[in-house]
Design a protein around this ligand. Sequence first.
Ligand SMILES: Cc1cc2nc3c(=O)[nH]c(=O)nc-3n(C[C@H](O)[C@H](O)[C@H](O)COP(=O)(O)OP(=O)(O)OC[C@H]3O[C@@H](n4cnc5c(N)ncnc54)[C@H](O)[C@@H]3O)c2cc1C
Length: 418
Amino acid sequence: MKELTYDAVVIGGGAAGMAAARELDAAGCSCAIVEREERLGGILGQCIHNGFGLIEFNEELTGPEFAERMEERVRGTGVAVYTGATVMEVDAAPEIKSLFCYSASFGVIRLNARAIVLAMGCRERNRGNIRIPGDRPAGVYTAGLAQRLVNIEGFVPGRNVVVIGSGDIGLIMARRMSWIGCKVHAVVEILPYPSGLTRNIVQCLHDFGIPLYLSHLTTRIIGRERVEGVEITPIENGALMHEKSFVIPCDTVLLSVGLVPENELSKDAGVELNPMTNGPVVDSMLMTSVPGVFACGNVLHVHDLVDYVVEEAKRAGANVARWLKGERPQAEARIKAGPNVRYVAPSRADPSRDNKIYLRSLVVKNEASLEIRVNNRVVRTVKKAHIQPSEMLSVDLSRADLATCSGSPDPTVEIALA
Ligand SMILES: Cc1cc2nc3c(=O)[nH]c(=O)nc-3n(C[C@H](O)[C@H](O)[C@H](O)COP(=O)(O)OP(=O)(O)OC[C@H]3O[C@@H](n4cnc5c(N)ncnc54)[C@H](O)[C@@H]3O)c2cc1C
């Protein structure tokens, strides 16, 4: 078996993997990216709408344009790129880690490295995950698969569409299917508020006159060979109102019911997972519970915007380089999700540095405030005009915020929303 050795190997060549690899290279570390698709870019390749890059490039780009810009940054460096190669197995031994990669063109190779960066992105939840009763007809797709079929394969999956779930991919696909001449009858959401970004509700539903049924459950998919309709039931005061159920005839159902980090290899590497994000638990350096294994991008927690993925991945790459040079986190503070916060990532902060923390709200609220509490004392409050679970929030935890951590045996930072 061919064997090659690098300082670090990055698994996944999406926005996160490319940004982390470039930072590693800039810091003088030898580095490789392994990507299972034939080209770099990850999910960006099928997102042909615009709305990417306003922060990173100060321009509004499509997904493929954003991917191309990121790829240009990598191509001009010493980063080795293996495309069409899938990492099948990770041996995260304490000193030298090994990745076993399989490719149709070069067979099996073993890549050794002192550090690994997990950047495998996320996957869509499917019908099995949400257990919709009914038949098993053709015509049920996840929204991301339909996006790939339409935008890359040039195939129209159906003509009369109902979207179940109001996640961003479903909203974007509702608009995309309308653009190609399909009739999108409705987007059906179990929650009393949308799961996608407000800008997508406006631009993808309101602008196309597509109804959004909030607090409605899809209680049945109808059809033996091909989808013929979906039965929808309103939810009032937490109870299903069966007497008010109705059927929307359609031939295609698109599911947009959430994303989960692609964590098989994370489990293989033995890293601890956060049950709220399904991604790894990471410290202030974005290092997992296994020393030398780092994580960034959607494999760590599902992000809304690629710009935030890149920002986090750059930090991960720079941290891996510091770690390879012998730096280790010192006297970290634990960060926990306080009231109304679903999760925080990372789970540790370094009081000797400025830290960036991402979080998601559990509630929808106007005029909210985000409280930073160190050892049960509020050290700073940040006003937020509007918060909702679908919009990721971030907060900069400065050294000044964390000043009172020194001297405490087990400093704890709690982030709360009120
Ligand atoms: C439909 C949709 C619309 C979006 N719209 C916007 C928008 O308008 N604006 C915006 O800013 N952001 C948007 N985003 C979000 C943004 O594009 C993503 O969050 C970001 O691109 C994710 O980057 P990533 O590198 O973490 O993951 P990915 O892009 O998923 O990359 C992960 C890569 O890892 C590879 N991989 C996985 N497992 C292995 C393995 N075992 N071996 C080798 N390779 C592996 C995969 O093939 C993939 O290429 C959208 C996302 C989607 C899905």
